[in-house]
Design a protein around this ligand. Structure first.
Ligand code: BDR
Ligand code: CA
Length: 313
C-alpha cells in the first residue's frame, strides 16, 4: 500500500480521479490539498469536501492551498468543467470542514512524517508543490516521488497542447511553479496529453451509454459529471484518473526518460514543456528530469475505470 497525498482542483476529471483513488486498496490517501485551477480555490475546496461526503470517506483532511498562481492571474476552465466544476452533477452541502492547516503546511508535515514513504499525486496546477519547495527546499529529499497529470511533451502524435497549441492547462496555469517543480530534482513521472488524449484511453460515447444504463447512484453521478463533455466532444479524456492509475499500478504505463524545460517567458509558448530531442549537440542537453508517459495499456486502464470509478469496489 502506498501513502499518497493528492493535490487537486476539482474539476470533472479530478472528481473521477478521486473516485478511483478512494476505491483502490493499493493507496492510502493521507489527505487532499486544493489549488486554484479549473475553478476558484473556494469552489474547488468545496467540491473536494462534497466528494469525500459522497464517497463516505471520513478522517481524510482537505487543506486549502493557493488561490492564485505564483505570479499570474487565475484563468479557470469552467467552460470545460461547468460553473460548479462538476459538470451537470450536483452534491449536497458538505458536513466536513477544511483542515486548519494550509496546503503547504500540510504537505511539509506529511513529507516530514512519512519521509520517503509519501507519493505526491498532482492533478492540478503546481502552485502548492512549488510553495512547499520554496518554504523548505529539503522537502525534495523527503518524498519518494511525484506523479503528475501535466505537460504535452510531443513524444506521441497526441502530445500537443490543449489550452494553447503547445501547452497543457496545469503547467500553463502556473508555469513558474511548474518550472520550480520540474527543476527541483524530485523524481517525477508525468502523465501528459501525449497519452491522455489518445482516443484509446478516452471514455467513448458507447462506454458512456453503458455507464448511464448501469443505474446505480454512483454510475449516475459519473454520467452527470461527464454528459456535457460527451455531448460536446463525443468522449471524455481521463487525464487525472490516469495519473492516479499510474500510481495504483505502474505496469499500466510505459515512460521515457527525458529532459524537460518549462517555458515561462515565451510570447506564444507559455507553459510549453519542451523536450530536447536533438541527436546532435548532446553536450548541450540538460540531465533528464522526467519519466514522461508514452503509452498506456488502454484495455486494462479502462477496465480499472469501470471496475472502480463506475462500479466502485
Ligand atoms: C488538466 O487540466 C484540467 O482541466 C484537468 O482537470 C486536468 O488536470 C488537463 O489538461
Ligand atoms: Ca485537474
Amino acid at each position: 500500500m502506498k501513502h499518497a497525498l493528492i493535490d487537486t482542483d476539482p474539476g470533472v476529471d479530478d472528481a473521477l480521479a478521486l473516485l478511483l483513488a478512494f476505491s483502490s486498496p493499493e493507496l492510502r490517501v493521507e489527505g487532499l490539498t486544493t489549488v486554484a485551477g479549473n475553478v476558484s480555490l473556494d469552489l474547488g475546496s468545496l467540491n473536494a469536501l462534497k466528494l469525500l461526503d459522497f464517497l463516505g470517506v471520513e478522517g481524510v483532511p482537505v487543506a486549502a492551498g493557493a488561490e492564485k498562481p505564483l505570479l499570474r492571474k487565475c484563468r479557470d476552465a469552467s467552460s470545460i468543467h461547468g460553473e460548479t466544476g462538476l459538470g451537470g452533477a450536483t452534491l449536497p452541502e458538505p458536513n466536513g470542514r477544511l483542515d486548519e492547516r494550509g496546503a503547504v503546511e500540510f504537505i511539509l508535515e506529511k513529507a516530514g512524517e512519512l519521509g520517503r514513504g509519501l507519493t505526491l499525486i498532482t492533478i492540478g496546477p503546481l502552485t502548492n508543490i512549488a510553495g512547499a519547495i520554496l518554504a523548505r527546499p529539503s522537502v525534495i529529499d523527503e518524498i519518494s516521488g511525484l506523479v503528475m497529470m501535466g505537460g504535452a511533451f510531443g513524444l506521441t502524435p497526441y502530445g500537443h497542447g490543449n489550452v494553447s497549441p503547445v501547452a497543457e492547462f496545469n503547467v500553463w496555469h502556473d508555469p513558474e511553479a511548474a518550472k520550480i517543480v520540474f527543476d527541483s530534482g524530485i523524481p517525477i513521472t508525468a502523465i501528459g496529453l501525449d497519452v491522455t488524449t489518445d482516443p484509446a484511453n478516452r471514455l467513448t460515447g458507447a462506454s458512456f451509454k453503458e455507464i448511464e444504463a448501469t443505474g446505480t447512484i454512483r454510475a449516475s453521478f459519473v454520467a452527470d459529471l461527464c454528459r456535457h463533455l460527451i455531448v460536446r466532444y463525443g468522449g471524455v479524456s481521463l487525464h487525472d484518473p490516469l495519473a492516479v492509475a499510474a500510481v495504483i499500478d505502474p505496469s499500466l504505463v510505459e515512460t521515457e526518460r527525458v529532459a524537460v524545460e518549462v517555458e515561462t517567458r515565451g510570447e506564444v509558448t507559455r507553459g510549453m514543456t519542451l523536450v530536447d530531442r536533438r541527436r546532435t549537440h548532446r553536450e548541450e542537453l540538460k540531465e533528464a528530469n522526467v519519466e514522461a508517459c508514452v503509452s498506456v495499456d488502454s484495455v486494462r486502464f479502462l477496465d480499472l475505470i469501470f471496475e472502480r470509478v463506475v462500479r466502485g469496489l
